[in-house]
Design a protein around this ligand. Structure first.
Ligand SMILES: Cc1cc2nc3c(=O)[nH]c(=O)nc-3n(C[C@H](O)[C@H](O)[C@H](O)COP(=O)(O)OP(=O)(O)OC[C@H]3O[C@@H](n4cnc5c(N)ncnc54)[C@H](O)[C@@H]3O)c2cc1C
Ligand SMILES: NC(=O)c1ccc[n+]([C@@H]2O[C@H](COP(=O)([O-])OP(=O)(O)OC[C@H]3O[C@@H](n4cnc5c(N)ncnc54)[C@H](O)[C@@H]3O)[C@@H](O)[C@H]2O)c1
Length: 452
């Protein structure tokens, strides 16, 4: 049987693009379908526009810091529409970079939606295309809880296309997206209420890290309501009336509600049943990203693994190496660093203290320090940084690294390599740091009183 392509990839986000390029390097004929813009959620509705908003919103506080350092006060206004114009120009440039990279690699880019006709055939626009192997990399979509009036709440997608910044916003969900948008919007001067049904923000992270972000949000005037959720949302002349249930019940009236309660695979229009690919909420895959059909694979947010760009890319490359490079590769998820791009930034790699307790039977020690970085000594901001190590007590092996503070993401991802290589607390103590810096604190940490 001959096919039109050796590999057909559905979705040109980070997972699909990485897989398509690497597969083409192995000399196979590859095409990729994208129903929207090259770059996927990451470039168009996620990491990139979000991080540009983080940068934009930081200038207000940096201006105040500059005055503390002796700069003159100057009147400056933020122009949201001007920012949107320059941001979107950069996103269009990145879309082009993605398309160019595919073309250079010899991958055919087809700007159409693909749906399964049968296990080897796809309907792509008005064409029928066959492929020996198919990779599904269709990403995810926001999910909203069943709350009366939830249709009035925006998701992160719409936050990038607001006509103007809201004066007040209620954000439902205290995970990555809720915390990041709370921080960004507060930076722009909005009144922010962050509502989370769990007892703390960032519940998957180390409890000390989550508490440090919560404290910093209190100082920044972000109102955080934990053990609380939204009961109803109803339009009123002043905006949206939000009733609450749980620990806090006082209703709010806000201009905008953002729903940030998690994301799920985007499988609705793929017609997976036509190809016999098993999926419940996510596409089921084995360690090599193979679905229930031996010639169909899936990577990235449409599977039930970590929803992060570097993970989708790693899965895409591992798929290509395994299937076309004859070098079977399994992606390991234990040491994936991650960052919450809030102010202050929070980053982690490895185990939290609570997870280390569960996994290692309680035989752990924790080392941590909270300190004021030098930069803030001249400013009026009570900004504290936190650094924390979780260590296996009998071997001294470091199993978790956590930080809250400026550049936490950059610092933690570098230290994450040593964690993966099995570094011990003693070896870290022998390391010579850079002074003055925040990262040097990791090399001289005292055992924390809470350690077991
Ligand atoms: C607001 C926000 C901020 C984020 N910030 C970060 C961050 O800072 N760092 C980080 O690591 N991760 C971040 N993420 C997560 C990251 O964006 C995702 O993990 C990553 O984009 C997943 O890549 P993917 O290739 O699996 O899917 P996606 O990037 O979602 O790409 C899938 C592509 O498939 C296309 N597609 C879907 N169905 C079809 C079809 N039938 N035919 C053709 N094309 C189709 C879609 O249009 C899309 O372009 C963020 C996510 C959000 C929502
Ligand atoms: N910086 C980054 O790397 C980054 C940034 C954004 C998103 N992402 C990825 O996107 C994924 C989705 O992000 P997210 O923030 O939507 O999901 P999340 O899983 O991180 O957080 C969802 C939050 O919503 C809360 N919640 C759920 N239902 C609720 C309800 N009915 N009432 C109140 N609270 C409720 C949960 O307790 C949780 O705190 C993340 O898991 C992450 O993998 C990563």
């Amino acid at each position: 049987m001959t096919y039109d392509y050796d590999l057909f990839v559905i979705g040109a986000g980070p997972g699909g693009v990485a897989a398509a390029k690497r597969s083409a390097q192995y000399g196979v004929m590859v095409a990729i379908a994208e129903q929207a813009q090259a770059g996927g959620g990451c470039v168009n509705r996620g990491c990139i526009p979000k991080k540009l908003m983080v940068y934009a919103s930081a200038f207000a506080r940096l201006q105040r810091d500059a005055i503390a350092y002796g700069w003159s006060k100057s009147e400056q206004q933020f122009d949201w529409q001007r920012f949107v114009t320059v941001r979107d120009r950069e996103i269009q440039r990145l879309q082009q970079v993605q398309r160019q990279a595919l073309q250079t690699a010899g991958v055919e880019f087809i700007n159409e939606r693909a749906t399964f006709v049968d296990a080897h055939t796809l309907a792509v626009g008005d064409r029928k295309i066959t492929a020996a192997k198919i990779l599904i990399a269709v990403g995810g979509k926001s999910i909203k809880p069943a709350i009366s009036g939830i249709e009035h709440a925006l998701t992160s997608n719409e936050m990038f296309h607001l006509r103007a910044l809201p004066e007040q916003i209620a954000i439902l969900g205290g995970g990555y997206i809720g915390v990041e948008f709370a921080s960004i919007l507060r930076g722009f001067g909005c009144e922010v209420t962050l509502i989370n049904h769990e007892h703390c923000l960032l519940s998957g992270f180390d409890a000390d890290l989550a508490a440090a972000v919560h404290r910093a949000f209190d100082h920044r005037g972000i109102q955080t309501l934990c053990n609380t959720t939204i009961k109803t949302i109803e339009p009123v002349p002043e905006g949206l009336r939000v009733t609450l249930e749980g620990e806090t019940a006082t209703p709010l009236v806000v201009e905008t509600v953002l729903c940030a309660t998690g994301r799920a695979p985007q499988l609705d229009e793929l017609r997976l049943e036509n190809a016999g690919v098993e999926a419940k909420t996510a596409i089921a895959v084995d360690d090599y990203s193979r679905t229930s059909q031996p010639h169909i694979f899936a990577v990235g947010d449409c599977t039930n693994r970590l929803q992060l760009t570097p993970v989708a890319k790693a899965e895409g490359k591992a798929f290509a190496d395994t299937v076309f490079g004859q070098q079977p590769q399994v992606v390991h998820y234990d040491y994936v660093p991650s960052v919450v791009c809030s102010d202050p930034e929070a980053a982690s790699v490895g185990l939290s203290e609570a997870t280390a307790h569960e996994k290692l039977g309680g035989a752990i020690a924790c080392y941590q320090s909270e300190f004021q970085p030098l930069f803030y000594s001249l400013t009026d901001r009570p900004q504290q940084s936190l650094v924390k190590l979780v260590v296996e007590a009998n071997t001294e092996r470091v199993v978790g690294i956590h930080m809250v503070g400026d550049h936490a993401g950059e610092i933690v991802q570098s230290l994450g390599v040593s964690l993966q290589m099995g570094i011990t607390k003693q070896a870290l103590e022998r390391a010579i740091g850079i002074h003055p810096s925040s990262a040097e604190e990791f090399f001289s940490l005292e055992r924390s009183p809470s350690a077991t």
